[in-house]
Design a protein around this ligand. Structure first.
Ligand code: ADP
Length: 230
């Protein structure tokens, strides 16, 4: 196995349990997973099996009870919250089932904003936002607000926003779950194209087996462990 620093994401022995009444519910029971830069991995597992929990832990939104999460080779479990937040903002992008775009702002502003929070100038942030949106076929929709865009267009803006800060890792929770099959196919195509073009590592939870088949690897959760599907 190559050193962990070669991976955009490495999870080792991740355990997560929730206390329930007097007992504890162990959702993740020692999850191991590594993803290289430019690699896309589909997480296909039934509802309730722990997909969102796993994505939250990989995205440093939640702590595991045991185990380690390496982002770009760096262990994060024992870091202070402020440092975990910094790593999340700098290196991790998220796409959700519902886009969570800011309604009062244009597509361009929604994508430029995270970059300005990170310290880029207005001009630089706008230029990159424009590039990303144009790449996703939204060059003629830059000034539209979310309510003036279709569901598929909104989700493409959300993808552009997630990639705006050139993250090392992209995490997506049912990113096309809310879209009709044709739109879903289109959005997914745009997503995988960008993964290849930018070299980001992607972990994408999906119920859609056709979409999963188009990714580099497929994994599932079985009794709290991660299993590679071949
Ligand atoms: P999935 O995304 O695969 O549907 P989740 O990760 O959302 O699964 O949840 C896995 C299991 O953990 C579920 O049984 C859920 O009820 C439980 N769970 C999730 N979050 C909490 C929590 N904060 N407290 C207690 N149980 C939780």
């Amino acid at each position: 196995m190559p050193p962990r620093s070669n991976y955009a994401l490495a999870l080792t022995g991740v355990v997560r349990r929730y206390t329930e009444g007097v007992g504890a519910l162990e959702i993740l029971r020692g999850v191991d997973l590594t993803i290289s830069p430019g690699q896309s991995v589909a997480l296909v597992a039934p509802s309730g099996s722990g997909k969102s929990t796993l994505l939250h832990i990989a995205g440093l939104l939640e702590h595991s009870d045991e185990g380690e999460v390496f982002i770009d080779g760096r262990p994060t479990a024992r870091l202070a919250d402020a440092e975990r937040t910094r790593i999340r903002r700098m290196h991790i992008g998220f796409v959700y089932q519902f886009h969570h775009l800011l309604g009062e702002f244009s597509a361009l502003e929604n994508v430029a904003m995270p970059q300005m929070i990170r310290g880029l100038s207005h001009k630089e942030a706008n230029a990159r936002a424009k590039d990303l949106l144009s790449y996703l076929g939204l060059g003629a929709r830059l000034t539209h607000r979310p309510s003036e865009l279709s569901g598929g267009e909104q989700q493409r803006v959300a993808i552009a926003r997630a990639l705006a800060n050139a993250p090392r890792l992209l995490l997506a929770d049912e990113p096309t779950g809310n879209l009709d099959p044709k739109t879903s196919d289109h959005v997914f195509g745009a997503l995988t194209e960008l993964v290849q073009a930018t070299g980001v590592a992607a972990l994408i939870a999906t119920h859609n087996l056709d979409l999963a088949a188009r990714m580099d690897r497929r994994v599932t959760l079985r009794e709290g462990k991660l299993v590679e599907l071949v």
